[in-house]
Design a protein around this ligand. Structure first.
Ligand SMILES: Nc1ncnc2c1ncn2[C@@H]1O[C@H](COP(=O)(O)OP(=O)(O)OP(=O)(O)O)[C@@H](O)[C@H]1O
Length: 404
């Protein structure tokens, strides 16, 4: 082969290779073009569906706004399942099963309060009311206070055991004898004498839920909501039964002074009427008991004291010397006391001190020891504590005298 011929042959091969390469590139370009077309078609499709979704969203928003404007009803959640909610409607107490949008559903819990529309669908979770209710009451499953923590109230403990504890723990005793179990008691006495403590101890021994509501908070903090809150509290007591509803400062709700004809008094009266209705509705439900407490039995509305409302009215007295010693022993049980500490002599010197003040004396004596960086509490720590706790009160009394 001549040089020229071999040159031609090599060119021909090169041309054939370039042609193959060219074809491959053209095929690749075609595939890319197809892919781009497909992507463009998909984009177009999603733009259309996006528009459709936006329109649907707009429609749902309008519908939602409309639903929110329509009168809504109140209900309390009883049970939450995976895809259902059981509610009890306020007012008619009807129970039913419904659903809620996922964002509400995940926040629902038993006892949440919700707004429902005409078709009984949940449209809102009412956070504020629930918060208010949670703030105003203390709920303890079974308080860890026992009768041993209560000093000097033996006969009162005995009475409250018969009227509150026994009907909760042994209801059959009452039904077999054929008498109606007591529904509740009223404790009255000066501040700090152990009324709350005693109520908690009963709840402990009866293994009952302790629901604490403050009469004065009910009236002063939750203006306009009192009656509803009373209803809610008793509903919760029924849900958490066996339970004890402890109404502290009941005089704030049920005092004779609340009948002065003002708007405020009408509101307090409504709360009081609701309370009486709840108490009267208790006849058949043996597993919810009421313990009410007051420092001012003298101003209590006679309607509350009428027979049949409270089964016993129990006085919680100021502790005498024996009781004061018992209370001091209770509150110094865990303290390291020096050999010279004579609790009986402290009990003698503290005439007129309440249980709460005796506790304050024990705590203050402990603080004195800590301040001295000592490891035991001495009689001198107690002497100073008595002076501080009871002395300050005298000073306070003196300053009050200016107003007499
Ligand atoms: N009899 C008592 N035995 C032991 N501790 C007591 C006694 N009385 C009061 N205390 C102590 O004082 C604290 C306050 O008492 P508590 O709240 O029970 O009084 P209260 O009668 O309910 O007062 P208030 O009428 O002001 O509500 C108790 O937690 C307890 O530590």
């Amino acid at each position: 082969m001549t040089d020229q011929e071999s040159l031609i042959e090599s060119f021909t091969k090169r041309i054939a290779a370039l042609e193959r390469e060219n074809r491959a590139l053209a095929e690749e370009a075609e595939a890319l073009r197809m892919e781009r077309e497909e992507a463009r078609a998909k984009l177009f499709e999603s733009l259309i569906s996006n528009k459709k979704y936006l329109r649907e969203l707009e429609r749902l928003k309008k519908e939602n706004a409309l639903l929110r404007r329509m009168p809504l009803f109140l209900a309390t959640v009883i049970e939450v399942g995976d895809d259902y909610v059981m509610l009890r409607q306020h007012g008619n107490n009807q129970e039913f099963i419904t659903t809620a949008p996922p964002e509400i559903m995940e926040k629902l819990q038993p006892n949440s309060r919700v707004a429902i529309n005409n078709s009984l669908t949940i449209v809102r979770l009412l956070e504020r009311s629930v918060d208010a209710r949670a703030k105003m009451m203390e709920l303890i499953e079974a308080p860890n206070v026992t009768y041993d923590d209560v000093g000097g109230l033996d006969s009162q403990i005995q009475e409250i055991r018969e009227t509150v504890e026994l009907p909760l723990t042994r209801p059959e005793l009452f039904s077999s004898i054929g008498i109606e179990p007591p529904r509740g008691v009223l404790l009255y006495g000066l501040p700090g004498t152990g009324k709350t403590l005693l109520a908690k101890a009963v709840a402990h021994h009866a293994r009952a839920t302790f629901i604490h509501m403050s009469g004065s908070e009910l009236v002063h903090k939750f203006i306009g909501e009192g009656a509803q809150l009373v209803r809610d509290i008793f509903q919760m007591a029924r849900d958490k039964a066996p339970s004890i509803v402890f109404i502290d400062e009941i005089d704030a709700v049920g005092s004779i002074r609340t009948h002065d004809g003002t708007t405020g008094s009408a509101e307090v009266n409504r709360t009081m009427m609701q309370l009486l209705a709840e108490m009267d509705g208790f006849r058949e439900r043996g597993d919810v008991k009421i313990i009410a407490a007051t420092n001012r039995i003298d101003i209590l509305d006679p309607a509350l004291l009428r027979p049949g409302r409270f089964d016993r009215i129990i006085e919680i007295p100021m502790p005498n010397e024996v009781a004061r010693l018992k209370i001091l022993e209770i509150h110094t049980k865990k303290m390291k006391l020096a050999g010279d500490v004579d609790l009986s002599s402290i009990a003698k010197q503290t005439e007129g001190a309440s249980g709460a003040e005796l506790k304050a004396i024990a705590v203050e004596a402990g603080m004195n020891a800590i301040r001295r960086e000592a490891t035991v509490v001495t009689m001198e720590d107690f002497r100073q504590a008595v002076k501080k706790v009871l002395g300050e009160e005298e000073k306070a009394d003196e300053s009050l005298r200016m107003f007499y």
